[in-house]
Every structure is written in C-alpha cells, then in structure tokens.
Design a binder for this molecule. Structure first.
Ligand code: IPM
Ligand code: MG
Length: 358
C-alpha cells in the first residue's frame, strides 16, 4: 500500500482544531482509496516561539523537506504582537515559504451552489457560478525585499522594497499560463504599471511570455481596478496572476465573495512535487477553542494536496464532492442560514467523513 509522509504544522489559534478535522477527513479518504498517511508534527508560528524562542525552528524545515507534503493550520495571535518583526509568527510562515521555495500560490475562489445566498453580492452579480483561480507570487516582492528603519531629520521612518526579477516573473507567469491552458484560456495579469517600475517590468515580461502561449487570451488590469471589478462583475475572471502583496489583498476580497473566508483553500508549490497546503484565513484567536471554527477551508486544502502533490485526483474529487453535498444541510456558524443544521467544528468534520466515497 502506498504511504505518504505528511508534516503537520497545526499552528496557533483555531489552527489545531481545524487541522484535527482535516486529518480525520484525510484518514477516512485514505482508507476509502487504498493508501495510508504517516504524520510528523512540527512547530511553526507562536507555538514555536513559546517552545523554542523562534517562529521557525530548524527541525521544522528539515521535517517539511523530508515529507511528501505539508499541511498547515494558521499562525499568529495577539500574544505574540510584541515580538520584534523578524521574530513574529508571520515571519515563520514567510520563512517556511522561502525555505521550501514555494513561489507559486494557488488560491481558488469558488462559490459552492448551496452558499450562493451567503455571498454579500447580489445573486445576479454572481451569476451561475464564480470560479476564479488566483495565482499569487509567494517568495518575492515587498514581502522579501530590502527593508529597514531609519531616522531622517530626527523623525523615525521605515521602508520596504518591491523588487522583481524577470526570472521570478517568468516563473510565476508560466504557472499561470499553464493553469489558463487547463481552464478557459483566459488570463488576467494584475499590476500597478501606471505607477510602479517593478509593475512595468512585470507587464512587459508577461507580454513577452504570452508569445509561448498563443492560445491564451492575456489581459492586464491595474490592481485598484481589479479590486473594483471583482465586486462589480466577478464572472469576467478566470485565472488571475499577480504579485505577492496584490495577491494577498485580492484573495481576501475574492474569498468574501464566496460567502466566507472560512471556505477557501490554498496550495503553495515549488518546482518539485512538495507543496504546503493551508486555508487562506488566519488563526482567528477570538474564536479559538470554542468549537465553532469552519474546518472546510483546511479540508479543501487536503483535497488540493491530493491533487497537486500526491497524484490522487479521485480522492481529491471525493472530498470536494462531499463538501459540496454537506453544505446543503450542515453549516458552521459563519455560514449558517435558517433551515440548515448548525454544527461544531468537529461535527462538520464528521459530516464530511460520513460522505466520503458514498
Ligand atoms: C496569507 C496571510 C499571510 C500573508 C500573513 C499571515 C503573513 O495573510 O497567507 O494570505 O500575508 O501572506
Ligand atoms: Mg492574506
């Protein structure tokens, strides 16, 4: 029997609760599809700071590198807000993305049919379906550029740098063009080329790359316009490719259109099969430990892991189908509506498991 090695980074806040449910679903899926999973636990974020003094211990990097794939809950919380910037839980997350070279972040924003009424947008704006794939560059740009604090004429100042090389832009561009080829062959590249030099290089590089993909219809939007278009007419989008910081912002916006930020999964990939899978939401310290967090984004992240890292597309589909089905009757409080059963985090995990392979 095939055995996959997964490193679990449960993280902080609601991280442990949602990862527990995702593991349950993965184990159930493994049993149904005839493979097994071996887990290694490692620390990342605030829990790592508490245990070791740093948000990304060396052993965590080593464990992830020795795995077939990594499943992450979420990191951060007010407890660690007083840590210096380079020792915050978030620095651990950026550190692991960098250490594993996870330059391509796939953030699908889809509306599950039963949740259409949960979207804050009018049904006629959403249309039949919203199915957008945001391809976010994840190891470059302002998140990783030169930064610092200084004093100018006695006044404190600070700076961060947005820098992209042609190599970095081409690398993420290829992922996006390939994705577009597998979907509707439409790609929107988002930048701020009317102001930023780095964006002008981004746009020029995307245009040059498009010659390798003559079938893909490439268009360009400024990020402010894109933010507006996403709520004006989300149906116009299929694949969006953008920089690290723009992708961060636009993916939160897109997630809300889908009804709840508790629904969206993500995959962070490098040039090998190893990937890191995590919900796009944060650690939600305000609801941690209450049993009300929505585990579906993490469960759907497991589906992405099965598809992109483990080559188990049937198992991935089984999870996605089970989630779509479960939503017809069963909801955590963030997506609950009259007439559906309001359940806890754990009951939601059980409900998904009960439908796997059915
Ligand atoms: C995300 C998060 C992270 C990011 C934070 C926690 C560092 O917002 O994954 O979208 O900005 O990338
Ligand atoms: Mg974010």
């Amino acid at each position: 029997m095939k055995t996959y090695r997964i490193t679990l980074l449960r993280g902080d806040g609601i991280g442990p609760e949602i990862v527990r449910e995702a593991v349950k679903v993965l184990d159930t899926t493994a049993a149904a599809f005839g493979f097994s999973v071996e887990y290694t636990e490692a620390l990342l974020g605030g829990c790592a700071i508490d245990a070791t003094g740093v948000p990304l211990p060396e052993e965590t990097i080593a464990s992830c590198k020795a795995s077939d794939s990594v499943l992450l809950g979420a990191v951060g919380g007010p407890k660690w807000d007083t840590q210096p910037g380079n020792n915050r839980p978030e620095a651990g997350l950026l550190g692991i993305r960098g250490a594993l070279g996870l330059f391509a972040n796939l953030r699908p924003a889809v509306i599950f049919e039963p949740l259409r009424s949960a979207s804050p947008l009018k049904e006629e704006i959403i249309g039949d379906a919203m199915d957008i794939m945001i391809v976010r560059e994840l190891t470059g740009g302002i998140y990783f550029g030169k930064r610092g604090s200084l004093e100018e004429n006695g006044v404190a100042a600070a700076f961060d740098t947005e820098q992209y090389s042609v190599t970095e832009i081409e690398r993420i561009g290829r992922v996006a063009f390939e994705m577009a080829m597998k979907r509707s062959k439409r790609l929107t590249s988002v930048d701020k080329a009317n102001v930023l030099e780095s964006s002008r290089l981004w746009r020029k590089t995307m245009i040059a790359l498009s010659e390798e993909y003559p079938e893909v219809e490439l268009n360009h939007l400024y990020v402010d316009n894109c933010a507006m278009q996403l709520v004006r007419d989300p149906k116009q989008f299929d694949v969006i490719v953008t920089s690290n910081i723009f992708g961060d912002i636009l993916s939160d916006e897109a997630s809300m259109i889908s009804g709840s930020i508790g629904m969206l999964a993500s995959a962070s990939l490098n040039s090998t099969k190893l990937g890191l899978y995590e919900p796009i939401h944060g650690s939600a310290p305000d609801i941690a430990g209450k049993g009300i967090a929505n585990p579906l984004a993490t469960i759907l992240s497991v589906a992405m892991m099965l598809r992109y890292s483990l080559d188990e597309p049937k198992a991935a589909e089984a999870i996605e189908t089970a989630v779509a089905q479960v939503l017809q009757t069963t909801r955590t409080p963030d997506i609950w509506t009259e007439g559906t059963r309001k359940v806890t985090t754990e009951e939601m995990g059980d409900a998904v498991c009960a439908l796997i392979g059915k």
